[in-house]
Write a protein that binds this ligand. Structure first.
Ligand SMILES: [Zn+2]
Length: 153
């Protein structure tokens, strides 16, 4: 799969897909026609809750996933049915979808990091410079995914 293009109605799902290591572009201020054109041009699978847009997408011969639920957790399960593993994987910036680079954590990398990180891995976004590490926020997300994986096997 050559990545996803996520409708801006589904920003939160897009962010989560990036947390799962998926290439999920999430453009803002993009109308339906532009979205469709971009999906075709970049061979991305369009993800939307808009049935009409999904139908247009099919007619145009582009691949599309129609999300039914308005609830994030249900949406993640819908993506799992499409073959997406619900496992956190630090590869993509949640903000801009750029690739992350693993970096050596700086000696003094802020109290938050020192306090929270159980291991010494850190990642930095190639584009915006945002830093990522496996802290308490990471564990909370992991817990949620584990629960989803457990509850609905
Ligand atoms: Zn970034």
């Amino acid at each position: 799969m050559a990545g996803f293009l996520v409708d801006q109605m589904l920003m939160r799902l897009g962010r989560w897909l990036r947390l799962l290591g998926q290439d999920a572009a999430n453009p803002e201020d993009c109308d339906d026609r532009e979205l469709l054109q971009r999906a075709i041009a970049e061979q991305r699978t369009l993800i939307t809750r808009d049935r009409r847009l999904a139908e247009d997408c099919c007619r145009a011969g582009a691949s599309c996933i129609l999300i039914e639920s308005s609830l994030l957790e249900e949406q993640l399960l819908e993506m799992r049915r499409q073959g997406i593993d619900l496992e956190l994987s630090p590869q993509r910036c949640t903000v801009c979808n750029c690739l992350l680079q693993e970096i050596e954590p700086p000696e003094k990398s802020g109290e938050e990091f020192a306090k929270e990180s159980a291991e010494s891995k850190m990642w930095r976004c190639e584009c915006c410079g945002k830093l990522y590490w496996r802290g308490s926020h990471w564990n909370r997300m992991q817990d949620m995914l584990e629960r989803l994986n457990r509850d609905s096997r």
